[in-house]
Design a protein around this ligand. Structure first.
Ligand SMILES: C[S@@+](CC[C@H](N)C(=O)[O-])C[C@H]1O[C@@H](n2cnc3c(N)ncnc32)[C@H](O)[C@@H]1O
Length: 220
């Protein structure tokens, strides 16, 4: 079950020129058969926009892949920013290193730490370096509830959580788990959405991107 491409994406594709850095990352993703797993232009512009806010300086990203989303965030953060980005796949780690060494990435001046290994272990290691201003969750769906709870516990007073793929290919709109969706993954995503939308300490909304982008601001 797939959600149709939202109409604004056609406009963005037509009118917005992708930065050279993003084109370079996407060229390597295409070469390796991984294009489309990364965030698209719409999500990239949203993340960049959120990161331009002065209250956002320290970011944790769970799920680096080749560094496409980290690049968008670094464009918003610039020199005042620091990104810890977590990845466990060796091919992705190698390519993310290449992205973070790209002259256009270096010119952004954003301090970027690639944390290698399983995300839950990496998060435990990062805990003492908090609080963080923005946590972006875009990795294995089964881990989303654990990642959400870690984010809640390590956000600063004006912190923000951003979660990609909350539609889970449209399956979260069903009252029962569709047969093509792994049941555990479906219940984790339903739990993430219901917990965060009802959480008394957060203002939460879902941006209707193709995959559903949940944005949650801490009330202060
Ligand atoms: C959807 S991709 C991330 C895309 C990236 N955020 C972007 O838009 O450029 C998910 C990534 O999470 C990584 N990943 C999945 N499970 C993980 C885990 N338990 N620990 C660390 N990384 C994980 C995968 O290897 C994959 O590269």
């Amino acid at each position: 079950m797939r959600v149709e491409k939202p109409p604004q994406e056609t406009l963005l594709d037509h009118y917005v020129t992708k930065p050279t850095l993003i084109c370079d990352v996407e060229r390597r993703l295409q070469r390796d058969g991984r294009l489309g797993i990364n965030i698209g232009l719409q999500e990239g512009l949203i993340l960049k926009g959120l990161c331009t806010q002065n209250s956002v300086q320290k970011v944790v990203e769970i799920g680096t892949q080749y560094g496409c989303s980290a690049s968008w965030m670094a464009m918003g953060l610039g020199r005042r920013g620091q990104i810890h980005t977590l990845e466990r796949d060796p091919e992705c780690i190698e390519n993310a290193r290449e992205t973070f060494a790209h002259p256009d990435y270096l010119a952004l001046g954003c301090d970027t730490q690639l944390v290698e290994g399983p995300a839950l272990e990496s998060l435990t290691g990062l805990s003492s370096q908090g609080p963080f201003d923005l946590v972006f969750i875009d990795a294995n769906k089964l881990g989303y509830l654990d990642y959400l709870h870690w984010a809640q516990a390590h956000l600063g007073p004006q912190g923000m959580i951003v979660i990609d793929n909350v539609y889970l290919f449209g399956s979260v709109f069903s009252e029962i788990c569709p047969k093509e969706t792994p049941p555990k993954m479906w219940s984790v995503m339903k739990a993430v959405i219901s917990e965060q939308l009802q959480h008394p300490d957060y203002n939460t909304f879902i941006i209707p991107t193709a995959e559903g982008l949940l944005v949650s601001y801490k009330k202060f």
